[in-house]
Design a protein around this ligand. Structure first.
Ligand SMILES: O=C(O)C(=O)C[C@]1(C(=O)O)C=C[C@@H](O)C=C1
Length: 363
């Protein structure tokens, strides 16, 4: 009579094998994490190593005693490699300088007394799309000062879709913007588009802006990372949240911790708005990073009639401020004349938002 083992008995053995496999898997995971750490230390950003995977598969195939066919062993080990790679990469992410896992508390910027982030009241960054003339800047700054706006924006270098569009006033614009802002007790923020201009822009601007189209310009990100000025980093038109945060990491990795993230809407299939404001990106960026996050409502939808509800929504999900374009005469503006608010429009915006902004109107 053959002594057949019962299913229960066999299952008990499987349970024991499972436990051993799990122990081995955990042990493998720990070794993989060490490899990942070593790769990061060596500055190897890419953890994937297909040649090493191939070598392991060949050896396993040669050693395979069965009963599983080689193809099955290959499939199982490919899954193990995939999980190992994910482990290496997630450990890497935990070490990102932008991450809350590295710095738990909110970063609060203090730029000449203007505080941004943490529990500070939300800030407003406002001003025209482009700096066009002294009169235009003077009128705007004076009006916005009266509304308690502490940060004046204005583009001196304009990233225009067409090379024949108005390209900005360049250095003359920088001089104008910074002097007008100073006269009105405001900080001046302006976009820098080229690594060659970082030095001159940093000389005049209190905050450097990296526009959406340059979010992937890694040389520029590194350069502003070396500049001793806070940086406002807009999210790229089609950038994932992860790509956006990695772009910020480029700046922090060069030693500049003063970064403000700015969500400005992303490209989707939607036609009724120019971009789609991604509020989950705001909430996620606040959750995953310690950096202040603001929302550019002007570009978010490309429509004036949505500015107030979008700004309210942005503040409701925890944005640390709003970026909005204001021009004395949007109809005659040299750029973005569809979207900028005139002073009457800004009055309405201010009235609708003031309770949420906690911005006092100076007497
Ligand atoms: O050996 C490495 O370089 C590892 O990162 C470990 C490992 C593995 O799991 O064996 C993981 C991912 C790589 O693509 C190659 C191999």
């Amino acid at each position: 009579m053959t002594s057949q083992r019962s299913i229960d008995d066999l299952r008990a053995e499987i349970d024991q094998i499972n436990r051993e496999l799990l122990t081995l898997m955990s042990k493998r995971g720990e070794v993989v994490a060490l490899i990942g750490h070593a790769k990061t230390q060596e500055g190897r950003p890419n953890h994937y190593d297909p040649a090493r995977e191939e070598q392991q598969l060949r050896e396993l195939e040669a050693l395979n005693p069965g009963p599983f066919p080689a193809s099955t062993i290959k499939t199982i080990f490919k899954e193990i490699f995939k999980a190992s790679l994910a482990l290496e990469e997630s450990n890497d992410k935990k070490q990102l300088l932008v991450s809350r896992k590295v710095k738990r508390e909110d970063t609060v910027l203090d730029i000449d007394g203007v505080r941004i982030g943490g529990n500070e009241p939300p800030i407003i960054i406002a001003g025209p799309c482009s700096i066009e003339s002294e009169e235009q800047m003077e009128q705007t700054a004076a009006f916005l000062q009266g509304k308690g706006v502490k940060i004046l924006r204005g583009g001196a270098y304009k990233p225009r879709t067409s090379p024949y569009g108005f390209q900005g006033m360049g250095v003359d614009g920088l001089i104008l913007g910074s002097s007008v802002a100073r006269e009105h007790g405001q900080l001046f923020i302006t976009e820098v588009m080229d690594t060659r201009d970082v030095e001159v822009v940093a000389e005049y601007a209190d905050i450097l802006q990296i526009g959406a189209r340059n979010m992937h310009n890694f040389a520029l990100l590194r350069e502003v990372g070396r500049a001793r000025r806070p940086v406002l980093l807009k999210r790229g038109l089609s950038a994932t949240i992860e790509e956006w945060l990695y772009a910020a990491e480029y700046i922090l990795s060069e030693g500049n911790n003063e970064v403000i993230l700015c969500e400005r809407g992303i490209r989707t299939y939607e036609k009724w708005t120019r971009n789609t404001l991604d509020l989950s990106a705001v909430a996620l960026a606040k959750q995953e990073t310690h950096l202040p996050v603001i929302v550019d409502v002007t570009h978010a939808a490309g429509r004036r009639d949505l500015l107030i509800p979008l700004a309210k929504a942005a503040l409701a999900v925890g944005a640390d401020g709003i970026h909005i374009e204001v021009h004395p005469s949007p109809a005659t503006a040299l750029s973005d004349n569809e979207q900028q608010l005139d002073f009457a429009g800004y009055e309405q915006f201010h009235a609708a938002l003031s309770s949420m902004m906690r911005v006092a109107t100076p007497a």
